[in-house]
Design a binder for this molecule. Structure first.
Ligand code: HEC
Ligand code: HEC
Length: 230
């Protein structure tokens, strides 16, 4: 296990004394409050700074797709108990089952630390099997669309390298047709922040092998294949 991952698991210790489970968000207006309450609990723990780095804060409840769906409500209920709100578009449909399985095991206290974890997790609410299925359907439906290598061979040439190396570190390479060139500039700027945020693991050394971030080359590559602006 990487030290960062061990550190994350240790961070769960912080949830030992967690307060009662998150209130169910009945409507969109309640989401912000539910997320803020959950966040305060994990952030105030001694491991708060580390839990805070697991996912970046930029994705807000108001940005959830189909916000009135049950899937969105369950995401707000269960997925903010230990870290910031996950975006369904972060991962492609094929990736979500394994991630949800890992998270659900943690919530049920069946993580890889067995009984100890179970006792630590006393304050964390876990989804029923049925809720887990709805959650997974939701995440998959609004998931990322991966780049098709046959359609964009340039991504795998030296010219595509700045994009390829930078943009596959946390999720699959996204389909360039997802956004217009202008939208991509904003998304890439947000990803730059995500990188700053998520790479700053407490106590880690800067990695000399980390690829240089060449934002202009990345934007040029995406603009070439982007969705045409209407
Ligand atoms: C009991 C605490 C806990 C809950 C609740 C939780 N997570 Fe996590 N999550 C973690 C920890 C710890 C990590 C970092 C280690 C890892 O990646 O497994 C993490 C990491 C992640 C990541 C980043 C890693 C990756 O594979 O991309 C995503 C995405 C994620 N969680 C999604 C979710 C979703 C979706 C839910 C709700 C179904 C959820 N989490 C609920 C503890 C939790
Ligand atoms: C440090 C991890 C990380 C890296 C590296 C990263 N992303 Fe992301 N990406 C995320 C996270 C976290 C989300 C979900 C939260 C969000 O949308 O900001 C996401 C979501 C996305 C989405 C879906 C959201 C949308 O608005 O369409 C796209 C597309 C995307 N990333 C493209 C990129 C591109 C292009 C790059 C390379 C410049 C990149 N990502 C590099 C972490 C990363």
């Amino acid at each position: 296990m990487r030290p960062a991952r061990i550190a994350c698991l240790l961070a769960l210790l912080a949830l030992l004394a967690a307060a009662p489970s998150a209130s169910v968000a009945d409507g969109v207006a309640d989401y912000e409050q539910a997320v803020a309450q959950a966040k305060q609990r994990w952030r105030d723990s001694p491991y708060g700074p580390m839990l805070e780095r697991i996912l970046p804060p930029g994705f807000e409840p108001a940005m959830l797709p189909a916000p009135r769906s049950r899937g969105a409500a369950l995401t707000v209920r269960y997925c903010v108990q230990c870290h910031n709100l996950p975006n369904p578009a972060m991962h492609q449909a094929a990736k979500w089952p394994k991630v949800v399985e890992r998270m659900a095991a943690r919530m049920r206290g069946n993580g890889n630390m067995g009984r100890l974890m179970h006792e630590m997790m006393a304050g964390v609410a876990a989804p029923s099997k049925e809720e887990e299925r709805v959650l997974l359907d939701y995440l998959r439906r609004y998931g990322q669309k991966p780049l098709d290598p046959r359609k964009y061979p340039e991504a795998f040439t030296p010219r595509g390298e700045p994009f390829r190396l930078a943009c596959r570190q946390c999720h699959v390479l996204p389909d360039p047709k997802r956004h217009t060139a202008q939208e991509w500039r904003a998304v890439v700027a947000r990803m730059e922040k995500n990188m700053d945020w998520m790479n700053r693991v407490v106590g880690s050394q800067p990695d000399p092998d980390e690829p240089q971030l060449r934002i202009e080359d990345i934007n040029a590559f995406l603009a070439k294949y982007a969705k045409k602006a209407p």
